[in-house]
Design a binder for this molecule. Structure first.
Ligand SMILES: C[S@@+](CC[C@H](N)C(=O)[O-])C[C@H]1O[C@@H](n2cnc3c(N)ncnc32)[C@H](O)[C@@H]1O
Length: 173
């Protein structure tokens, strides 16, 4: 489905609404073209610049709710370039899965992605994350990473915050 670019979308990043496969991904690990079972985009979120000087990502962007999102609800899929490379230099790369034959598959939203690439880590902002990553498989068998609210609703206007995990931060020390 084609969609208009969200407000605040950076010109240097391609806005995409379905995963792109890098040539490093073997055909056996690619989509079979079946549609996703969950929407890959979110209508209840907005990308906003962070101007609060107490926020550790001040000067960057974050993703905020535009409407209250109930507990245990799908917010958005993490969409980007699916690859089987080492991309330690990308701050937008997350691990999707490790195949049975030991191939690591990642999703890198540095150069292309959707609104989910603006979700910050909770550290230094809130006591705990209000959202979490959840892996799932589409009806066609394609692995996806999605972001869901946790046990509490996220209020309208709040920043969506996940945990990137300790290894992510260790890799940047
Ligand atoms: C996936 S991006 C998140 C979106 C980013 N803020 C932006 O505007 O593009 C990850 C980067 O956001 C920043 N970031 C996210 N959470 C942070 C936090 N809790 N403290 C400091 N920086 C954070 C770091 O620069 C990190 O490399």
């Amino acid at each position: 489905m084609s969609r208009r670019k969200p407000l605040q979308w950076p010109t240097s990043v391609q806005f995409i609404t379905s995963p792109r496969y890098h040539s490093s991904v073997p055909a056996s690990l690619r989509t079979n073209g079946a549609p996703p079972s969950l929407p890959t985009h979110a209508i209840n979120v907005r990308i906003k610049p962070i101007t609060d000087t107490d926020h550790p990502a001040c000067g960057q962007y974050g993703l905020f709710t535009h409407k209250k999102i109930p507990p245990r609800s799908h917010i958005i899929d993490y969409i980007g370039e699916v690859h089987c490379q080492e991309r330690a230099e990308s701050d937008y790369d997350l691990s999707l899965y490790r195949s049975q034959d030991g191939v690591n598959v990642g999703i890198d939203a540095r150069d292309m992605g959707n609104e989910s690439r603006f979700i910050n880590d909770y550290r230094g902002i809130q006591d705990k994350p209000n959202a979490e990553f959840v892996e799932y498989r589409t009806a066609g068998g394609e692995m996806r990473m999605s972001i869901w609210t946790k046990e509490k609703a996220i209020r309208k206007g709040d920043e969506i915050l996940v945990s990137y995990g300790k290894p992510w931060w260790r890799g940047r020390q």
